[in-house]
Structure formats: C-alpha cells, structure tokens
Design a protein around this ligand. Structure first.
Ligand SMILES: Nc1ncnc2c1ncn2[C@@H]1O[C@H](COP(=O)(O)OP(=O)(O)OP(=O)(O)O)[C@@H](O)[C@H]1O
Ligand SMILES: [Mg+2]
Length: 331
C-alpha cells in the first residue's frame, strides 16, 4: 500500500488555505488512499464502512423527514466519490468530479441543514480537508467602494478553504440594471476559484428557484460550473407534522392526541399566511407551545409528574392567537 498525493492545482489567483483550524477528520484520499494490484477484488461495503460514511448517510435519512430526491442525490454523490477513490487505487485516473451545487427552495425547507451534512460527508469521503460550513450573503462578499470587493471575497474564500461555502440568496450578487455594481467583480473571483481550486472548496448557491433561474440566465459562466441542482420543495402538512414529531422527540416532549389535532389545525392556518417558513415555522410554533405549557404548569401550582413535564396539551396549542381569534392575525 502506498499513499497517493492529493491532486494539486497551481493556477495563478489561488486563494491560500489559512491553515488555522485543524481538520475535522483525516481526509481518506490523502491519508490512506491505497494503490491495489490490478488483479485485486475490493469490497465496496468495507470501503463505505471505513470512513463511517454509511453511518452519516443513514443519519441523514433518519434525521430528515421527506426530501427523498435530495437524499437520493447525496447517496449518488457519495457513491461516485467512493468509486472514484477505488478507481484511483487501480490507477484509473479520471478528473476529480466538480461538486459545486445550487440548492433552490423556500425558507425553512432544510437547505442549510443539508449543506452542513453534505460538508461532513465530503470530509469523510476525503473530498474536503476540513468539512466546515461558511455561510455568507452578498454583504460579506461585495464592498461599497472601488477596491473593497476583491479583498472581501478573497477573505471569505480563505475562510471557506477546505470546506463548503454556502452563499445564501446568491442572486443578490448580480444587479441587472447596475453596470457599475461591484457584485460582478465578486462573481468573477468566485468563478475563477470554483474552476481552479475545485480540490479545496465546494460552493453552494442557495435561494428561491425562480430568482436563481434568472440569475443563471444572466450568468452563464456560473450556470456551467454548477454540477448539481437540488430542489427543496415546500413540505406538506403531513410532512410538517412528522417534522414536529421529530423535533419534539429530540427535546423529550410529546403532544397529546388532542394537542396533535390542534397543532395540525394551527399549521394549516399558518401555511396559508405570509412569511410561512416551513420547518422553521414548525420549530417556532413548538417553542411557543413550550412557553404556554410551562406557564400552565407553573400557574396551576401543586405537583407535577415526569409525564406532565413532557406532555403538551391541546390548551397549550389552542391559546395561539391563530386558533383563538376568529379573524386571522399575524403570527
Ligand atoms: N426535512 C426535515 N426534517 C426535519 N427537520 C427539518 C427538515 N427540514 C428542515 N428542518 C429543520 O427546520 C429548521 C430550518 O431548516 P434550515 O435552516 O435548514 O432551512 P433553510 O432552507 O436553510 O431555510 P432558509 O432558506 O430560511 O435559510 C432547522 O431547525 C432544521 O433542522
Ligand atoms: Mg438557511
């Protein structure tokens, strides 16, 4: 067994890794990518087990409700990297796959959560040396004055080296009607790094579907560098209820049967209102139920059991303004 060096790109305009943080895990490819005899037979399952890759993929399937197409794509990417590594071991050289992605979907549909998991998986597969997530928006990348944008963008890229750079609402980088906008300068630098330093960074652009489509139309260079477009649909009410169950379970709470019915009604109302944010709205609604449960238990005085402390009752849900008022208010 010999160690295979990570492929390096030596193009100009590279952003260096600041080397500050220690790696989250040893990238497989660098540490122990083996070279096999041409006649060897390799056990694919053992390869998956080695970096505890199967474990992270299982956790992803288990922890996240729905999102089947997203899970499928992540499995495919993981498989590709495992096979790529095996091919590497047989000296079947192929280009390192490009993994820059675009996540489209409404608020609270799980984009940031999946990006974090993705970074971890890519780290375990040896694709990313550190596997951390750096989340930014236009303001972190684009300056206000001449000469400010390049250093800002390079600084962000430096922080994200070895990990995943998540650019939220990426379309704000480009302002169609403004020729002198500095966003274009930032996009230029991003494009260069996405092309030349693929080994060191994965860029994920995120935002609403229609606006991302518009952005790509005006920025074909960006479009062509994105290998994976992953869509995060809004959740159905059943999926939101399952997400609520998952969240409650993690926090050691449960809904009584009547409370579950009331919570479903509440979600149905909330879904039709402005600023509904899918799973995040579920999280917020549950927080308020917790507050009301606590208030009920404290106001009642007397004794409480373990079950009392865990159970959210219908009254804790129905006190929500959404259900107690006849005219729909904000909330
Ligand atoms: N499929 C899911 N199963 C369980 N929990 C989920 C799921 N999707 C999202 N969540 C939870 O909902 C919350 C919001 O998710 P997240 O921040 O990933 O959404 P987002 O798409 O990044 O939203 P935004 O576009 O507003 O940034 C998180 O607490 C996350 O754990
Ligand atoms: Mg997010």
């Amino acid at each position: 067994m010999a160690t295979v060096q990570r492929r390096q790109f030596g193009m100009s305009g590279e952003v260096a890794d600041d080397g500050g943080e220690p790696s989250a895990a040893q990238p497989l490819e660098e540490v122990n990518a083996p070279v096999w005899d041409a006649a060897s037979e390799i056990d694919v399952g053992a390869q998956l087990a080695e970096g505890r890759i199967a474990e992270v993929l299982d956790a992803l399937s288990r922890d996240l409700v729905a999102l089947e197409p997203v899970k499928t794509r992540i499995h495919e990417i993981a498989s590709l990297l495992v096979i790529d590594r095996l091919r590497h071991g047989f000296e079947l050289e192929s280009e390192r796959p490009s993994l820059h992605m675009c996540f489209t979907g409404g608020p609270g549909t799980g984009k940031t959560t999946v990006a974090m998991r993705m970074a971890e998986i890519l780290n375990r597969l040896g694709y990313l040396a550190k596997g951390h997530l750096v989340t930014v928006t236009r303001d972190d990348l684009v300056g206000q004055y001449i000469g400010h944008t390049a250093p800002k963008t390079r600084d962000v890229l430096k922080r994200a080296m070895g990990g995943l750079l998540f650019i939220d609402e990426a379309y704000y980088l480009y302002k169609q009607d403004n020729e002198r906008d500095y966003g274009a300068e930032s996009i230029e630098i991003l494009l260069q790094v996405m092309e030349n330093q693929r080994s060191d960074i994965v860029v994920v652009l995120a935002g609403y579907r229609d606006r991302m489509d518009q952005f790509f139309e005006s920025n074909p260079g960006m479009q062509s560098r994105i290998a994976h477009h992953i869509d995060f649909p809004d959740y159905t009410v059943d999926e939101l209820m399952a997400i609520a169950d998952r969240m409650l379970e993690q926090q050691r709470y449960n809904l009584s049967d009547d409370a579950a019915k009331a919570f479903r009604e509440l979600l149905e109302k909330r879904m039709s209102m402005p600023r509904f944010a899918n799973a995040r709205s579920v999280r917020n609604a549950l927080e308020r139920c917790r507050l009301r449960q606590a208030d009920r238990l404290v106001s009642a005085g007397g004794t409480v059991s373990r079950d009392d402390l865990m159970r959210i009752e219908a009254a804790d849900v129905r006190k929500s303004r959404l259900l107690s008022e006849t005219t729909a208010g904000a909330g």
